[in-house]
Design a protein around this ligand. Structure first.
Ligand code: NAD
Length: 259
């Protein structure tokens, strides 16, 4: 994978104000891509877009970034992001819907079993992790089909395979993506549009992830995930479509008793 692979490409990223989404936006802009950075956290998004724009100008990066304040739970926001990419940059080559997370952590209902979770928490888990991704794929894919090229890289999780008695919707939604990626690949294949899903194990976008077991003995640095995600979005991965790829440091190999 070379930087040139992304020169002039247009990428739409959700969850782009933080964590892996922000890092991927930075690396794509550095490699010459035009990135529509979508996030619900307007203050943080504007601050990061300003910071990356400064880097573009001061360090001579060939790409660019712009902000799109978006709630992935609203289809009209997904359409707004796709329209911005088309109007400002003339197409959509890459979609990476990073926005997601465990509903009990985000909604502050950790420690409460699923059967006592507020319905608002349950809705957040399904709506952000599954529906938000579906909405963005639905909104961005027509541009790819028309151009006869494009890549959609969904973000799953090892929790799509494992159980959680508290944040049960997170795993249910992420496992839904394992099937959805196959349908996207099937629908897009005749038009040269690929779809892949990357399922991380623990990633140090926050310190809490360091306690999750891996064969390697440590959680991933965010760059270790973004390396794989960008490779899959590059032409080097032209034969990879319709599949879920675990990038978990061997987490799934660790016997359950020691997790
Ligand atoms: N960090 C990990 O260990 C890990 C492990 C497995 C999978 N993942 C997945 O990777 C993805 C990124 O994780 P991260 O830890 O880098 O992210 P993060 O928690 O640092 O950032 C998530 C971003 O999504 C945004 N967001 C939340 N709700 C939104 C909404 N309704 N609309 C638009 N934006 C919204 C937040 O504002 C935030 O900027 C997620 O889908 C997550 O489930 C992460």
């Amino acid at each position: 994978m070379k930087d040139e692979d992304f020169a002039g490409k247009v990428a739409v990223l959700t969850g782009a104000a933080s964590g892996m989404g922000l890092l991927a936006a930075m690396r794509l802009a550095k490699a010459g891509a035009k990135v529509v950075m979508c996030d619900l956290d307007e203050a943080r998004l504007r601050q990061e877009v300003e910071r990356l724009t400064f880097n573009v100008e001061s360090e001579g990066w060939t790409g660019s970034v712009c902000a799109c304040v978006t709630d992935v739970r609203k289809f009209e926001d997904a359409e707004k992001a796709a329209a911005l990419a088309m109007e400002k940059f003339g197409g959509i080559d890459i979609l990476i819907p990073f926005a997601g997370g465990n509903e009990a952590r985000i909604c502050g209902t950790k420690g409460i079993p699923f059967y006592e979770q507020p319905v608002e928490t349950i809705d957040w888990g399904i709506d952000v992790n599954l529906k938000g991704t579906v909405y963005f794929a639905r909104a961005c894919m027509p541009a790819m089909i028309a151009a006869k090229k494009g890549v959609i890289c969904l973000i799953g999780s090892v929790m799509g395979i494992e159980a959680d008695r508290i944040g049960a919707m997170y795993g249910a939604a992420k496992s839904g993506l394992f099937n959805f990626v196959k349908s996207l690949a099937l629908a897009g294949g005749p038009y040269g549009v690929r779809a892949v899903c990357v399922s991380p194990g623990p990633v140090l976008t926050r310190p809490g992830m360091s306690t999750m077991a891996t064969v390697r003995g440590t959680a991933a640095q965010p760059d270790e995930l973004v390396n794989v995600i960008l490779y899959l979005c590059s032409d080097d991965a032209s034969f990879v479509t319709g599949t879920n790829i675990l990038v978990d440091g061997g987490h799934m190999c660790v016997p359950a008793a020691s997790v």
